[in-house]
Design a protein around this ligand. Structure first.
Ligand SMILES: Cc1cc2nc3c(=O)[nH]c(=O)nc-3n(C[C@H](O)[C@H](O)[C@H](O)COP(=O)(O)O)c2cc1C
Length: 340
């Protein structure tokens, strides 16, 4: 520890381990949590875990990179909230594609109050797949969410009525294509029957019956136990998260933008649900590209709405234990317990 660091402060490596543990709250496709952190004496490394990438549904790794990007943004916010400034190198080693980011050059600064608020949002943010009620999302809130996305280098296009109809047709087609693919069906079956493992989707977070919505949500292939309530999604707003490139580093940044937008939505009381089926299927991803009218490459569709306040939503989806996602072996002396 530097002699300039106030005595009350925790060592840097503890802060890094805690930020990595906090990043475990991040959303990920099918709750795969495809990330692993390594705490070094003066840096934090983020790696994608290919074993938890969806080989059939996400062969290019677009969704796992988005998920890891969300975790990276969570860790960045957690560090800023603890009063650390740092530099992030994305894909720092061309010879090591699994090393997605290195957070280094850490310096003590004032704790960032906005980041502190977002850390609180991390603890409450969750995916609520119930149809949303009839209250529209305030335009100002959509503007704030889009601004949070743009600040991370991606963009959010909120769709007009005609574009929502095109999205509905594309999402429905994507669902049919995926239902016919045995590899994807098996993958869904695997990630929806992982009770007790800390990964995957338990029945409590999946709707108990198909929803009568204009844009279909993902068909998880089995009913859950989440009561869907009376909503119809008529007042939902749909956005496409997109950017200029369709490459791994833009997917990572898009994940950071997803996290920034979703945490902002949480702060504003807006429920957000990613709909990735339409980007998983090549043909419907191209349709979505046309919907964007050449503005860029689509990464993810987001449903935004005001969740039913009268009925309890789903519980939090479980997470892997910290020891399985944060490797502190490089900074631990024998006999130490794992921080975070
Ligand atoms: C890249 C990405 C794609 C996702 N796609 C979908 C989807 O198509 N349908 C859905 O209901 N949830 C989707 N989710 C939400 C995840 O299932 C959810 O984040 C995960 O299960 C963890 O739960 P939590 O968000 O409640 O913490 C997606 C999340 C991410 C990050």
């Amino acid at each position: 520890m530097s002699h300039e660091t106030p005595a009350t402060d925790r060592p840097l490596t503890t802060a890094l381990a805690e930020a990595a543990a906090t990043a475990g709250h991040a959303p990920s496709v099918h709750n795969t949590q495809p990330w692993r952190w390594r705490v070094l004496p003066d840096a934090l490394e983020l790696r994608v875990v290919r074993d938890r990438q969806l080989a059939a549904t996400d062969p290019e790794g677009r969704l796992s990179a988005l998920s890891c990007g969300a975790a990276l943004h969570h860790a960045r916010v957690a560090l800023a909230a603890e009063g650390w400034a740092f530099v992030v190198e994305r894909l720092p080693d061309p010879g090591d594609a699994e090393l997605l980011a290195r957070v280094g050059d850490l310096k003590r600064v004032e704790a960032d109050p906005d980041a502190m608020r977002l850390v609180q949002c991390m603890q409450v943010r969750h995916t609520d797949r119930r149809p949303v009620g009839d209250e529209p999302v305030p335009t100002a809130a959509l503007g704030d969410i889009a601004a949070a996305v743009a600040a991370e280098g991606a963009r959010l296009q909120v769709l007009n009525f005609d574009q929502v109809m095109e999205l509905a047709a594309a999402a429905s087609h994507a669902a049919t294509v995926e239902a016919e693919d045995s590899g994807q069906r098996e993958e869904l079956e695997y990630w929806t029957s992982r009770a007790g493992t800390g990964t995957g989707l338990p029945p409590e977070v999946l709707p108990e019956q198909a929803q009568q919505t204009t844009v279909p949500g993902r068909d998880f292939g089995r009913p859950g136990t989440l009561p869907i309530g009376p909503g119809h999604d008529r007042a939902a707003a749909y956005g496409v998260l997109f950017g200029d490139e369709d490459e791994p580093d833009s997917w990572l940044r898009a994940g950071e933008a997803l996290s920034a937008g979703w945490l902002t939505a949480t702060r504003l009381g807006v429920s957000m649900v990613p709909l990735s089926g339409v980007v998983e299927v090549e043909g419907t991803r191209q349709t979505l590209r046309q919907v964007l009218a050449g503005l860029g490459y689509p990464y993810l569709v987001l449903r935004m709405g005001i969740a039913d306040p009268a009925h309890a939503g789903p519980p939090h989806t479980p997470r892997l234990p910290t020891e399985q996602i944060v490797d502190t072996s490089a900074v631990r002396s024998p006999g130490d317990t794992i921080a975070g």
